[in-house]
Design a protein around this ligand. Sequence first.
Ligand code: ZN
Length: 318
Amino acid sequence: MGAAEYEERLEAFVGRELTPLTPGQDPVNQPMIRHWTEAMGDTSPVYTDEAAARATGRPGVVAPASMVQAWTMRGYAATTAPAPGRRGFDELVALLDEGGYTSVVATDSELEFARELVPGDHVGVREVVESISPEKKTGLGVGRFVTTMKTYRDQNDEVVATQRWRTLRFCPAPAQAASDGPRPPRPRPALNRDNAFWFEAAREHRLVIQRCVSCETLRHPPGPCCPRCGSFAWDTVRASGRGHVYSFTINHHPRHPAFDYPLVVAVVELAEGTRLITGLTGVAPEDVTIDMPVVLDWLDADPDLSLPVFRPVASEDR
Ligand code: ZN
């Protein structure tokens, strides 16, 4: 299929109905208004209090204007059954997929309201394609902006609101290959006068813990002042190197080319009681568990940077 033919097929969608007028599952009603305003934290009484609403000149309670879309959403039904009458929508998505535009992100929504909805109104929506842009380069990849117009009508076929809805359908940009060129060095720690001693010890493969001279409380990460007694006097003790996994996460994104992924990032609680954020080594991500006993190892990242990492306790370490 040629590019020109593809453009023509896209162009043929402009003006086409994606979703025929489809009534909402329920009429506008007070319980849904109450749930919505509670969830949104909107405390205006015109949505829930008849007297307060009348005091503003309204005939009674009204629904929040921006709830218009909620009245036409299919809710959980949408997860179990295809939407009725959405053939046009499905065809457009298939055509965009064919062009490689497989990802979607909503970009903006312009709502205009003709009148306030009141309990008992029954709203339906119809969606028509307004425009499909030429291919554009975006930060997410090349794509096309698809703009549709949703028209909301009440039980008397009067327009109550319109919504211009724009999405970007894009070809996801390929991830930067980790093997392109030499691997860059790890990011440097941000050294300062309060933490340099810790990284200097690490370069000598010593894991140290800062200790308050006044009250002997251990602390990590390093800091100038004891959080318990306020003393600025400190020294260090050398950690045993034993601990357990207090918590962990498996990091997939964003990727830095100096690291291998998936990357296990753990909070290890040392036998001495302090915790540090560290890497785990010698264990598959799926095998890491909370409370897993671990023991200190060293990662010599480059001549200037050695960092403590931890590996699971092997039988010979017990
Ligand atoms: Zn202290």
